[in-house]
Design a protein around this ligand. Structure first.
Ligand code: CDP
Ligand code: CDP
Length: 211
């Protein structure tokens, strides 16, 4: 069983993905971390951000078991991740790594921007998680402040909207719901209600797939 979760920044897809993986006994990959890890490595080594070959060679050396969102959660890393995510060769390399993860038993939950459309087009269930920009900016601001990282709502909102715009309008694998994705708007939902709604959708998809 493969569950694909896509959606814009801070829509809650990562939290849901972790909970769903635990609930269904599946492995979990936060694919945003693969883009963030490449961005962080380029920044740390002072490497050029627009050079596709350099980015690809960093991606080839990624260790999926060593991706830590706490270390990769800064503003700057998210911004650079979205800038390098337009490079088709880098995407190809990361998609290859992500598919290999998804194909292992007993199955997996992957969250990102292009899971239902590109990485796992045959996923058992596809969910597209959304929430209003204000709700998402509030969540991300609270999350960062809770970790002791200073963040202001107005700046986070501008940052999220700029990143969403870039992610949705890029040529290669833009952020958009797969044709057969179930839309889940969590603006008015807390994490528990979003989790229950997602489980319902997945149970129905699983039954109709005969799994
Ligand atoms: O957590 P947040 O939603 O802020 O971002 P993320 O999931 O960590 O992703 C960081 C950036 O990586 C996104 O803005 C996208 O540009 C890129 N990304 C992508 O292009 N494709 C994916 N499957 C996942 C992330
Ligand atoms: O992975 P993504 O960037 O889509 O979002 P996330 O990291 O799962 O969630 C961002 C923040 O919003 C986290 O601190 C969650 O606890 C919070 N959240 C929330 O308050 N209500 C929801 N329905 C979903 C997430």
């Amino acid at each position: 069983m493969i569950i694909a979760l896509d959606g814009p920044a801070a829509s809650g897809k990562g939290t849901l993905a972790r909970q769903l993986a635990a609930h269904f006994g599946l492995r979990h990959l936060d694919t945003g971390l693969t883009y963030r890890a490449v961005a962080a490595a380029l920044l740390a080594r002072g490497l050029p951000l627009g050079d596709e070959e350099v980015a690809i060679s960093v991606a080839r050396n990624l260790d999926l078991s060593n991706l830590d969102r706490n270390q990769l959660s800064t503003h700057e890393i998210g911004e650079v991740a979205s800038r390098i995510a337009v490079l088709p060769g880098l995407r190809e390399e990361l998609v290859h790594i992500q598919r290999a993860f998804a194909d292992q038993k007993p199955g997996a939950v992957l969250d990102g921007r292009d899971i239902g459309t590109v990485v796992c087009p045959d996923a058992t269930a596809k969910l597209f998680i959304t929430a209003s920009p204000a709700a998402r900016a509030t969540r991300r601001t609270d999350e960062l402040n809770g970790k002791g990282i200073p963040a202001k709502f107005d700046e986070i909102l501008v940052d999220l909207e700029r990143r969403d715009e870039r992610d949705s309008t890029r040529k290669d694998s833009p952020l958009k719901p797969a044709e057969n994705a179930h839309l889940l708007d969590t603006t008015e939902m807390d994490i528990d209600s979003a989790f229950r709604a997602a489980v319902d959708i997945i149970e129905r998809a699983r039954n109709s797939a005969g799994l």
